[in-house]
Structure formats: C-alpha cells, structure tokens
Write a protein that binds this ligand. Sequence first.
Ligand code: ZN
Length: 368
Amino acid sequence: SWNLGEWAGIGVYMHATFLLIIGWVALASWLQERTLTAMAGAVAFILALFACVVLHEYGHALMARRYGIATRDITLLPIGGVARLERMPDEPRQELWVALAGPAVNVVIAAALFAWLLVSGLMVPIEDLAVAGGPFLERLLVVNVFLVAFNMIPAFPMDGGRALRALLATRTDYVRATQIAASLGQGFALLFGFVGLFTNPFLVFIALFVWIGAAQESSMVQMRSALAGIPVADAMITRFQTVSPGDRLARAVELVLAGSPHDFPVVAGGAPVGVLTRDDLMVALQRQGQDALVGQVMRRDFLSADSYDMLESAAARLQSCGCHTIPVSHGGRLVGLLTMDNLGEFLMIRAALGHPRDSLRREGRMAA
Ligand code: ZN
C-alpha cells in the first residue's frame, strides 16, 4: 500500500490493486468514447467516489476516537475502504454509533449535493443519468445514496450488520446477538446469491463476501467469549526450548530436527530479548550458513504477553501481529509461549470437557 497522507492523525493508504480499478475505468471509457476528456472525467469520478469512501471511513474512525479508540490506518481497496480500529467498542451503544457514523457521512454528502443541485438548477431527471453521462455532482449524489443503502444491509461485514448486532446486544448477550445477526446475514447472502444467479453476477460476488464475513464474525466472537476471563498462564506452552543471542544457528537447527516447533524465544539472562522464527532461520541458513549468530538473525521488535494478561487480549495481539508465536513473561522472566496452534488446542479441550468456565491447569498457573 502507498501512503496518501495523514489527516486528523490517521494515515490513509491506497492498496496497489486500486490502480487496476483506475486503469480499468480509464480503458473502459476510452473504448467507449475515444476522447481524452471523457477518460479524464471517468477517472475523476472514480477518484471522487473513493474520496467519499475515505470520508465514510473517517466517520467511523472519528466516532471511535470519541470513545477513546484509536485508528491505526485507513486503507483503500478496490472493493471499498477499511478503517483499522484498534478494537471494537465493548459497549453496544458505542458500537452502534461507530457503525452508523460511516453511512451518516454519506447521507450528509448526498444531502449537500442534493441541496446544491437544487439551488443551482443543474439537476436532470434520474432516468437521464448514465454511468458516464449526466452532471458529475448528480452522479456522485446517486453513488452516495447507493453507498448508504449498501452499507446498511443488515449483514456482516457491512455496517448495517454491526448496527443490528449492537441493537440486539442491548437486549441479549453479545455472543447470542452476534449469532442472530450472523444468521440473518447469511440468510441475506443466500437471497442475494439466488437473485444474482438470474440477474446480476455481481450480486453473487457480494453474497459470497457477506457469507464469509458473517461466518468470520461469528466464530471470532465465539472464540473471544470462550477466552474471556482466562489468564494466559492457563493456555501457554510451558515446555519449550530456548536459544541465546550468542548461539550459532547450528544449535537452532539441532533443536528443529529434534522436534521443536516453529519459533524459538531468544533468552538472555532469563529474559526474552528476541524471537527466532523458522522462516528467518531458513533464510539465514541459506545466506549466512550455520555459523551465523542467533543475535544477528532474531527479531528484536516482537510482541509479548504477561502470564497474568487475559487470553482474550493476548489472542487478539497474536492475530493482529501475523506472527506465529509470542513469548510470555512474568516479572521480566520468560515463563511460556503462546501460539495459534496451542490456543486452538486449548479451545478444543475446553469444548470437549464442556466446562468452559473451569480452569484446566491450576497447578501450571501457580508455577507460572
Ligand atoms: Zn462503513
């Protein structure tokens, strides 16, 4: 992604594939009209449309900021924009406002355009509009109305789905509310897919998008609730091998061949100082050979957790960093490792035991 700039302290990025859309629009308009002005007009329109999408995302981000939630960045993708909030609000009422703030921005833009067109007398009947024909601002108005309608479809991952979940969550618990909203979303997806088969293939694509979004949201919330209130110490791996910055890579190779999983915590004086990932190890072996030192290859900017942290937040960190392993320490000493695999196993065992609120490993927790 390329950085387009920063406004209100939030960086805006454009994904590389976005250029494809601009290229496609330019080409399509050239093939149809064969004039440079028409092509420039079409590209300007797509840019204006995506400016409205960016403003929509700012709606979410600035409303979230009111509740003390920061936004990492806003990225433009060919299918729309994504504002990466640091977390979703826990309070249903706040989630409702954050979800509605995006579409509300498009309502405001549409209303302003409508007022301007009315005052200036530039409005033409809606039947006379075409994808590339008719007043620029009126087409932008129609697109904003479409953005509101599309985003308010009550299905994940659309804003409407989040708003619906938030409304339900004021009456029932969060997991149940998510399940209802997700099922409804998948119902919508089926309907879209079915209608799309006979009318517009694009609807089938949206249906797929909605179906996957609903399934993801529902499993994520289920996992979050299964992990809530459990300390990291209960789920972490406590039997593992470490390497030190002064070790040669040969030592890590030995451990891998002896059956150590994936990534190694690098420890100096009992404290974690880095992580040697399997991928980095393989690359380093190829470039530098077995005699290179672990300290030259390890990652120093790694995430970690405390054994008394809650699993819910540690799991979120593990997911967001895209890393496989995070070291768990307590009082400055390495006491365990948390990996996606062992989190999955932990959840599976809890589900099998059917006692989601019992601690599985009290002894382990004491020792940690
Ligand atoms: Zn939105």
